[in-house]
Structures are given as structure tokens and as C-alpha cells.
Design a protein around this ligand. Structure first.
Ligand code: 3EB
Length: 339
């Protein structure tokens, strides 16, 4: 089973040293501890500092209970546990543009994970610069969707197979597309949100190519289920709601998260994923909104909620906040309700 902690830079270094051979990967927003073992998957994502007092951002630290095997293959940094393959791939845009960089990154990723026997992807995180800027006459997020979809199609991954959970965020600087991922040997279950149109069925008003992701993936392991919830925003049906109102967007996003957690419990068992016990990463477009978003989260889920805030651009210009979640099932889960 994978374990995720969001830590300060100093605590991340301690955690990495404590984990030793069980360290799976570290993503730094924006900074990484500088003494990570050579081959451990890592990336620094050029997110800007956000909440006053938080200081130097956060690190996403993945560990395992068993020692991991690390490798670099096809430019992809990998760490393999018994059940999971965690990895990071960074592709320079270098004049090829975000569409081509996305297609290249995903083609290389799919080839690599296939070679390692982990062909199923539960979760992708996509990070690149200037996501809402125009490039060659089309918003860069929409260009990204074209490149990503082309690679899914080339790999025979469109239609019929489980769709990964995902997110796509932008920053003001950076020359690379960075993709981190959790892959598995066997397929998980992709979940949709009954309040939302599936993203892969969005109408073309949001771009010529609909995005390729599901609302969450539930992955079974011998120790329980891992729930990976996609970036979730203030979208009902396919439309953004509450444009310009960050409080209402946060509440709508929480309603969407509750719906997705509900779907996960319908699959695994009632009480399997208490929302208060999940870990949340919150992307906020305007730094000044962070404290009110945090207040809404604490009001809904309790003051002790494990939530971490990052300044980022969200893939629709009218979205002010996006929230993702990771949870492990509470054992023993009640088990699926039988008909
Ligand atoms: C949305 O629900 C908001 O393109 O991979 C959320 C999660 C969003 C993933 C992606 C985009 C992606 O449409 C945006």
C-alpha cells in the first residue's frame, strides 16, 4: 500500500531519511529536499508560495511499507512496490509546444509502464506553465488535451478500459510538462460523479478534444482500498457554476467531492472513506482567497482536516479553486451492500 504525507521541506527531509529504502517519491511545491537518494522519483513543481506563514511550500511524500525498487527507464523515474508503480516524467517543451510535449510524455509513459508490467494507471498529475494562455490559436490546456488524447489513442487506451483519475494545473513559470502517476498491475475501478457530465463527454465548447480522466479511481490492495480523487471543481453538469464567487465555488466543490466519496463507498462499503480522514491538496487561483477556502473546508470537514494549499491556475479561466483527495479505506470496511 502507498502512503501519502504532505510535509514542510524540513519534515520531508526527515521523512525521506526515516523511510530509507521505503521512500517511493517526493514532489516539491516548489522545493525538494536536496539530499534525496539518486534514483527516487522526484520533481519540483514551480508553484508560488501561498498562505502567509506557510513559508516555503509543501512536499508530497509517498512511502511504502516494503522496500521499493527504483529505476530510470525511458527518461521516466520509477519506484516499484509490491502493488504499485509510482513515477515521474518531465518533458521539456523547448519549442515543440505543449500539445507535442503532452503526446510525447504520455507515449513514453505508456511504453515504460507496459514494459514494467504495470499497464493500468490509477492517477495522473499534470503540471505545466501558463495553462490558460493561448498557443497557436488555442488555449494551452486545450492543446494539452489534444496531445494527451493522441497518446491515449495511439496506445489503444480510448474506450472500454478504466479511465485514470487526474488533474491538470498551471503555474506562472516553468519550461517542462511534469507528469507524476500511480500505476498498477491490475485495473482499479473508475468512478464518475452523478452531479457531473463525465469529462470525456464534455461538449466541444470546452475545447476540440474532451479531457481524458475519470472523477476517481478505487484501487484494491491486500491491505484495503486506495481512493484517488481527481481534481474537483465547481462544475455541475458540464458548466462552471458560481463564477467570481470563491465561497460558493468551494461549497459546490465540496458537494462534488461528497458525491464522489459516496460513489466510492457504494463500491467498497459504507463508511470506508470518511471525508474527514482523507488528505486534500487545494489549488487556489488567487492567493488572497486561500484563507476563505480553508475556512470553508474546516467548516465542512472539521478544524483538523489535512488540507494543503498551492497557488495554481486552474484549467478553466472561471474556476477559482480545485480540490483533490487521497484516502485509504478504513478497515474493516462494511463490504458492498448485497442486493
Ligand atoms: C473539471 O472537472 C476541472 O484535464 O486532467 C479536473 C481534473 C480538471 C482533471 C484534466 C481537469 C483534469 O473539468 C478540470
Amino acid at each position: 500500500m502507498l502512503k501519502l504525507d504532505y510535509l514542510t521541506l524540513e519534515s520531508a527531509l526527515d521523512a525521506a531519511q526515516d523511510a530509507g529504502p521505503c521512500l517511493v517519491g517526493v514532489i516539491g511545491f516548489p522545493a525538494l529536499p536536496d539530499e534525496l537518494p539518486e534514483t527516487v522519483p522526484r520533481a519540483s513543481v514551480p508553484a508560488e508560495d501561498l498562505l502567509a506563514g506557510a513559508g516555503r511550500g509543501i512536499c508530497e511524500v509517498w512511502t511504502s511499507r516494503e522496500p521499493v525498487v527504483t529505476a530510470v527507464d525511458g527518461g521516466v523515474r520509477l519506484a516499484q512496490t509490491g502493488d504499485f508503480l509510482f513515477g515521474v516524467h518531465s518533458v521539456a517543451e523547448r519549442g515543440i509546444g505543449i500539445r507535442a510535449a503532452a503526446e510525447q510524455a504520455y507515449r513514453e509513459l505508456f511504453a515504460t509502464i507496459g514494459r514494467h508490467g504495470f499497464p493500468h494507471v490509477a492517477r495522473f498529475w499534470n503540471y505545466f506553465a501558463r495553462i490558460n494562455d493561448e498557443e497557436a490559436g488555442l488555449e494551452r490546456y486545450r492543446q494539452f488535451n489534444l496531445g494527451r488524447a493522441a497518446a491515449f489513442e495511439a496506445a489503444g487506451r480510448q474506450g472500454g478500459v478504466a479511465v485514470p483519475a487526474a488533474c491538470a494545473l498551471g503555474f506562472t513559470r516553468g519550461e517542462h510538462l511534469t507528469v507524476s502517476f500511480v500505476a498498477t498491475k491490475g485495473p482499479g475501478t473508475s468512478l464518475e460523479n452523478p452531479r457531473q457530465v463525465s469529462a470525456y463527454r464534455y461538449p466541444t465548447q470546452y475545447g476540440p478534444q474532451s479531457p481524458t480522466f475519470s472523477r476517481a479511481v478505487v484501487q484494491p490492495t491486500p491491505e484495503g482500498h486506495l481512493l484517488l480523487v481527481s481534481g474537483t471543481a465547481s462544475i455541475v453538469g458540464h458548466a462552471t457554476v458560481h463564477a467570481g464567487d470563491v465561497v460558493a465555488q468551494t461549497r459546490e466543490t465540496l458537494a462534488n467531492l461528497a458525491a464522489v466519496f459516496g460513489e466510492a463507498e457504494r463500491h467498497v462499503g459504507a463508511g470506508a472513506f470518511p471525508m474527514r480522514e482523507a488528505s486534500y491538496k487545494v489549488y487556489v487561483r488567487h492567493p488572497a482567497d486561500a484563507s476563505v477556502v480553508r475556512r470553508e473546508l474546516q467548516a465542512a470537514l472539521g478544524p483538523a482536516i489535512d488540507a494543503h494549499f498551492i497557488r495554481a491556475d486552474i484549467c478553466r479561466r472561471d474556476l477559482l479553486v480545485e480540490i483533490e483527495a487521497v484516502a485509504s479505506s478504513v478497515a474493516p470496511a462494511a463490504g458492498p451492500v448485497l442486493p
